[in-house]
Design a protein around this ligand. Structure first.
Ligand SMILES: [Zn+2]
Length: 310
């Protein structure tokens, strides 16, 4: 078997509900990357879907490089015993068939799979803002709220092997019933979707997605209503973080996902929700992620390290 020293490279795939990203990594450095809409695979017949994904990996391999492993980080629940994705809600095209086994056959290398939040946390732990952490908490503020915890680089799991679905801890407040069946879920108040909806309600005529942080900074300075939305959003984020910081006691907490981009605007609101009496203080080293959108794919390429550590 070729090793990394002999020119072997590793691939990582971040399979998201909306987008898929593939990276090739050599000696822990990204040497190639490709991004594509996940919907690209919807029209591929079931029997050919894993073959098409494997082809995308092969196309990305630089000439002369030999693939030695593949890791997949998938959105939603992944059964760690069978390696099968169980996410008919947002990743139906890759759910409920033996993707890992098929990718192994197509590529002829070992394949590991895990939830995408776990993969992103691993990426930050080995290559980004989580380096050196003994207990890393990573919270993704995107379409939903994803949570992963690493204990010295090892994912914390439930008794059934799943990662904690901590976006669904109830934090109260005025929110509609969640699709999970509870009311007042953290996700309904702290996902990017809440922020997006609140901003849309204030200015109906303006897009949300294309605008950068400096634009919102200006709007916050000019309009107390807009500043108030970010402050409220920060308090929502802080409310759920309180539970997690109290229970897990992480030394570093990282915020990732599309809403983390606005961290400077919601940080004061979040800090106000986290302030407690002396003696009850929790570690408040909360930082934005360093790898951004690449964390999931890079972390997926590093999933082989979990096997080795186990
Ligand atoms: Zn819920």
């Amino acid at each position: 078997m070729v090793t990394e020293k002999e020119g072997g490279v590793r691939a990582g795939i971040d399979l998201g509900g909306t987008g898929t990203r593939i990276v090739i990594m050599e000696n822990q450095q990204q040497i190639a990357v490709a991004a594509m809409p996940t919907a690209l695979f919807d029209s591929v017949p079931d029997a050919m879907r894993s073959g098409r994904l494997a082809q995308k990996v092969r196309e990305l391999l630089p000439a002369g490089k030999r693939l030695i492993s593949l890791g997949i980080g998938a959105s939603g629940p992944v059964n760690n015993q069978t390696g099968i994705i169980e996410n008919n809600d947002t990743l139906a095209a890759f759910s409920y068939f033996p993707l890992v086994e098929q990718m192994q056959q197509h590529l002829g290398v070992p394949v590991n799979i895990d939830n995408d939040a776990v993969a992103a946390a691993l990426g930050e732990y080995y290559l980004g803002a989580g380096r050196g952490s003994q207990r890393l908490l990573m919270v993704t503020l995107g379409t939903g709220v994803g949570v992963a915890l690493l204990d010295n680089g090892k994912p914390w799991r439930t008794a059934s092997g799943a990662h904690p679905e901590a976006g669904h801890i109830p934090v109260g407040g005025d929110s509609p019933p969640c699709y999970c069946g509870l009311e007042g879920c953290w996700e309904s108040l702290a996902a990017r979707s809440w922020l997006q909806k609140a901003l849309h309600a204030t200015w109906r005529d303006e897009p949300y997605d294309d605008l950068a942080l400096p634009y919102y900074q200006q709007r916050c300075e000019a309009d107390p209503d807009v500043a108030g939305i970010f402050a409220r959003y920060g308090r929502h984020v802080g409310r759920g973080l309180n539970s997690l910081l109290t229970l897990y006691g992480p030394d570093i907490t990282l915020l990732s996902g599309s809403a983390a981009h606005f961290y400077p605007l919601f940080q004061p609101g979040m800090a106000s929700a986290l302030s407690r009496a002396a003696g009850y203080a929790v570690n408040k080293q909360i930082l934005p992620s360093q790898l951004g959108d690449s964390a999931g794919a890079l972390g997926a390429a590093l999933l082989y390290r979990l096997e080795r550590a186990a």
